[in-house]
Design a protein around this ligand. Structure first.
Ligand code: NAD
Length: 251
């Protein structure tokens, strides 16, 4: 599929990796529609010059909000060729905090539900409706979900790792289920990418130590994620894959 002229629906495009993808895709003449929960960031997106970006405020972890927002998107005549499930939150919490006492020692169930809702449910809610629209409009669409190398199991990230492993499993399931209809599904599993969220979550000392574990000895940049997105869109024989973009971290 060509990026120029493609209609790309992207979740969580207000900042970080999503924002970078929106700007690069629009610069390559894609039409981009963003579902983003932060209305102020939506306003910023709508103000991007060139008229190729639209945005609607929507919490993609809510099934009702997703259904209402996508109705508006489709009613406005925006039939996606590409969906990028990018919205997500990183959450770190041990299964049992051995330094704490009482019930608070155990991973908060509230946090578990919140992470699963934002990182896993959202992908299920949005993809179901968008794929249904792609089928109705006979689009040979592609769905790209931003996963993480945490899907392999990351100590201290039970909920995040489980959610991202679920994203990979759904990607492979849908690739098999819907390949005959010409639809393609792929995930991208970034390692440590230099984003505001990474810098907020990890101290400089931790980042320096982590980089020593990466064969390429550095953080990835957001362009490496864009190049992976572009490759998946353009390569029509690629489906069901989880593309690791991690400087060699998981080998
Ligand atoms: P970020 O926090 O910088 O940006 C996330 C964006 O999504 C924000 O604009 C936020 O408002 C939006 N968002 C969050 N929850 C939402 C919801 N429920 N509904 C709608 N919008 C919502 O995050 P990022 O670092 O750019 O990460 C983007 C994706 O990449 C996530 O899925 C994350 O798990 C994945 N990832 C990031 C890294 C990294 O190093 N930054 C590594 C691996 C995977």
């Amino acid at each position: 599929m060509n990026i120029a002229g493609a209609k790309v629906l992207l979740t969580g495009g207000g900042r970080g990796i999503g924002r970078f993808l929106v700007e690069r895709l629009a610069a390559e003449s894609a039409e981009v529609f963003v579902l983003e929960r932060d209305e102020a960031l939506c306003a910023e997106l709508r103000a991007i010059e060139g008229g190729k970006v639209n945005a609607l405020s929507c919490d993609v972890s809510s099934a009702d909000a997703v259904d209402a927002a996508l109705k508006q998107v489709f009613d406005a005549g925006f039939d996606p060729d590409v969906l990028v499930n990018n919205a997500g939150i990183i959450h770190s919490e041990p299964l049992v905090n051995m330094l704490a006492r009482g019930v608070d020692r155990v991973h908060s169930r509230e946090n578990w539900r919140r992470v699963m809702a934002i990182d896993l449910d959202s992908v299920f809610f949005v993809t179901g409706r968008v794929v249904d629209q792609m089928l109705a409009k006979r689009r040979k669409g592609v769905v790209i979900s931003i996963s993480s190398i945490a899907a392999n199991g990351n100590p201290g990230q039970t909920a995040y790792s489980a959610a991202k492993a679920g994203v990979n499993a759904m990607t492979q399931t849908w690739a098999k289920e819907l390949g005959a209809m010409g639809l393609r599904f792929a995930a991208i599993a970034p390692g440590f990418i230099d984003t505001p969220s990474t810098r907020e979550a990890l101290s400089e000392a931790v980042l320096t130590r982590l980089q020593q574990q990466v064969p390429l000895r550095r953080l990835g940049n957001m362009d490496s994620i864009y190049l992976a997105v572009r490759h998946i869109i353009e390569n029509d024989y690629l489906t069901g894959t989880v593309l690791e973009v991690d400087g060699g971290l998981v080998i």
